[in-house]
Design a binder for this molecule. Structure first.
Ligand code: HEM
Length: 368
């Protein structure tokens, strides 16, 4: 292949994914149709992830007014928000519940778009941007967990950072140092302390939001440029206008979802799922209390890590991330029926590990 024809291929690829002639209200909004079929509900999942992202931004901004990112004051400031700031407990609880709901719907959205083959040409960039959004969303979860500076937060972060360093032992030559350098960059000092809190805070409130909004911009622009994918193997018989019908339906779903979040945050403190000693302010001189574990959305990898050799999980998770990025090319010729079956298997695995991961761990640990 000559350099000129290679360049032509790149230009052709980019112009098919970014058709500038469609950059207008008529093509992107007025003309857009949403197919109606048995998987139409899947088209609402991205919108739900978006709703909970908005909630995160608004509640996060309110929390910023009072939160102090220092090891001496972080936990006290969170306690102050919960006990003394008007609506503080509600806002904090909404932020916590909505973070879980955002991750939940982002994963459901990934599984439904996979099953509907919505990554197929020309939507490869929509998909790849989506995978980046998923990683960024998990980054929010990991960095946000440390901010209340309590026992579970600091100790779980220590375990997470140690796992990053451990990766180095499985890498050859000079790149073996990379995970350690990465860990030190995140940690900022010899042990998890003020520098770590400052860096996690900067990532949580500046770096990750900037990255998220840039990638989300590309994601949503792609969605509007290419319209909804057909979703099922035979083109749907019926469709409805995106504007205003689908938008109105989407907003109704948002209304119901927001109401559920509001009632949940009002009635059920997110912290009530964590036993008391783990919520005590972190004490560097005290013993590590038992029961340290990450948030529920990490269980799918946390329990296998506890049970199986580290190198195996490392290999599988790298294959998974590479596979996710390459999905549009790996599954180019796969039917939606097969994709649906694979998505179902993935869903079952996630449900079993998230709900019964602890029991599975107990069974194997007890047996061993
Ligand atoms: C912060 C997380 C995300 C947000 C806010 C978001 C938002 C959206 C929205 C609003 C839509 C249009 C409605 C719909 O089809 O649901 C959409 C479409 C899409 N998203 Fe996402 N998304 C996110 C993450 C992801 C992830 C993790 C993937 C997969 C790896 C993904 C892949 C797609 C694809 C392929 C489409 C096109 C659907 C079609 O044409 O039928 N998105 N996204």
């Amino acid at each position: 292949m000559s350099p000129i024809s290679g360049l032509n291929d790149v230009v052709a690829f980019v112009s098919e994914r970014f058709p500038v002639d469609k950059l207008n209200f008529h093509s992107m909004i007025e003309k857009k149709e949403v197919p109606i079929h048995k998987m139409t509900w899947g088209y609402y999942t991205g919108g739900l992830a978006l709703l909970f992202l908005f909630v995160q931004v608004v509640t996060g901004l309110f929390l910023l007014f009072y939160y102090q990112p220092t090891v001496s004051d972080a936990n006290l400031s969170v306690e102050y928000i919960t006990k003394y700031v008007s609506c503080g407990a509600l806002i904090r609880n909404m932020h916590a519940w909505s973070s879980s709901l955002m991750i939940f719907f982002t994963v459901v959205h990934l599984l439904t778009t996979f099953a509907m083959k919505a990554f197929d040409r020309p939507r490869e960039i929509t998909w790849v941007a989506g995978v980046c959004l998923l990683l960024i969303t998990y980054g929010f979860g990991f960095t946000g967990y440390l901010l209340p500076w309590n026992q579970i937060a600091v100790n779980a972060t220590k375990v997470g950072l140690q796992s990053v360093e451990l990766i180095g032992t499985y890498l050859p030559g000079a790149i073996a140092d990379l995970p350690r350098i990465l860990k030190e960059t995140f940690q900022g000092e010899a042990s998890v302390g003020q520098a770590t809190l400052g860096r996690f805070y900067a990532m949580h409130v500046v770096l990750l939001p900037l990255a998220l909004f840039a990638v989300l911009g590309i994601h949503l622009l792609q969605v509007q440029l290419h319209g909804m994918s057909q979703g099922i193997d035979r083109a749907a018989q019926k469709s409805e206008k995106f504007f205003p019908l689908f938008i109105l339906r989407d907003l109704s779903v948002w209304g119901v979802a927001f109401l559920i979040l509001f009632v949940l945050a009002l009635c059920l403190p997110f912290d009530s799922f964590v036993s008391f000693p783990l919520l005590e302010p972190y004490n560097a001189l005290g013993a590590t209390p038992p029961g340290i574990k990450p948030e529920w959305y990490f269980y799918f990898i946390y329990y296998p890590l506890e049970l199986l050799p580290f190198w195996l999980i490392l290999l599988l998770s790298n294959l998974l991330v590479a596979g996710l990025f390459l999905t549009p090319w790996i599954f180019r010729d796969t039917s939606r029926t097969t994709l649906g079956f694979l998505a179902l298997l993935g869903t079952l695995y996630l449900i079993i590990m998230t709900i019964f991961g602890h029991n599975i761990y107990e069974i194997f640990k007890g047996g061993g």
